[in-house]
Design a binder for this molecule. Structure first.
Ligand SMILES: [Zn+2]
Length: 314
């Protein structure tokens, strides 16, 4: 249910939708630990088991750090904070109010998924007392027994997104900002990666700049929420830039009628072509199965981005 990546870093299977889709991380330094992303309420028991296995008491977890408030990353925050009595919640300033009062997040997600599916996927979102919340401004730095963790404001996927730089491993915990790379696609060519253009704050121009900013640190690895650790970072960054370009190109080719359907089929073409270039030898129906949920969400996100531009120019 988790993988020891060395340097005190553990990748935890979040059990969201299917194994291998979403993960979160425990970072341990001596007698203290932080959690970066939380998965959903259903991930909490796995996290508590890992703490026990590592000989960590719940009160030794100092910080809970959801990279952003999308629910596969922050859905478990409220429940987890109740189980970790000494932890403070480190959240982007734009996400903080949704953790203190999750009513809007619950309503938004229930509207998208329906009540039953929402409960099944995410459980119940619980509020976090305001006095336990730290709003992490750009550059906010934590010290975990001498190990520095730096929070960088990283808009592009979402405006309420930050990434965590860990100097000790020369790596970033990137949430969704450095793309999605499922391990099922790993082959002799390395890793396959694409950008999640999730609703409602996808912004390709900003995202390009954010990727460049992360690359300024010359990171050797990235710890992705979807899924696990990747390397070959310069190559991955280039692929993400080209993926964003392909989305923008696609958005210019669609007409207003049935726009979602056109985006969906256009995205499918983009991914299948990327996978062909990656020399992926999985059957096409398996490729589509692995990307099915992302196809839908990314098409929706590009559509919302287009609508936002139209409203701005009205
Ligand atoms: Zn997200």
């Amino acid at each position: 249910m988790y993988q020891d990546l060395g340097k005190g870093i553990f990748c935890i299977e979040a059990m969201y939708q299917r194994p291998g889709l979403a993960s979160c991380y425990l970072l341990q330094e001596g007698d203290a630990a932080v959690l970066i992303d939380t998965g959903t309420t259903h991930t909490v028991s796995t996290i508590m088991q890992l703490l026990e296995q590592q000989g960590l008491q719940p009160q030794q977890v100092r910080y809970v750090m959801p990279t952003h408030v999308h629910l596969d990353h922050a859905g478990g925050v409220g429940e987890l904070m109740q189980r970790l009595p000494e932890a403070q919640l480190v959240v982007h300033p734009f996400g903080a109010r949704h953790m203190i009062d999750p009513t809007k997040l619950t309503a938004g997600a229930t509207a998208v998924y329906g009540e039953e599916k929402f409960r099944e996927d995410f459980g119940e979102l619980k509020a976090v007392p305001e006095q336990r919340v730290i709003e992490a401004q750009d550059g906010y730095t934590l010290d975990l027994n001498g190990r520095q963790l730096v929070c960088l404001d990283t808009p592009g996927h979402a405006r309420h997104h930050y990434c965590v730089y860990d100097e000790h491993s020369n790596g970033f915990f990137t949430g969704d900002t450095f793309g999605i790379s499922y391990r099922e696609f790993d082959n002799h060519n390395g890793q396959y990666i694409f950008a999640p253009s999730t609703p409602v704050q996808f912004d390709p121009d900003t995202w390009h700049k954010t990727i460049d900013r992360l690359m300024d640190y010359k990171p050797q690895q990235m710890y992705l929420a979807h899924y696990g650790r990747i390397n070959d970072i310069p190559d991955m960054a280039e692929k993400l830039h080209r993926c964003l370009d392909a989305y923008v190109q696609l958005s210019k080719s669609v007409t207003k009628d049935n726009r979602y359907e056109q985006l969906l089929s256009g995205l499918k073409d983009i991914y299948l072509e990327q996978l062909r270039q990656h020399d992926c030898n999985l059957p096409v129906d398996r490729q589509e199965e692995l990307l099915g949920l992302d196809l839908d969400i990314n098409a929706q996100g590009i559509e919302v981005w287009l609508q936002r531009q139209e409203q701005a120019s009205d």
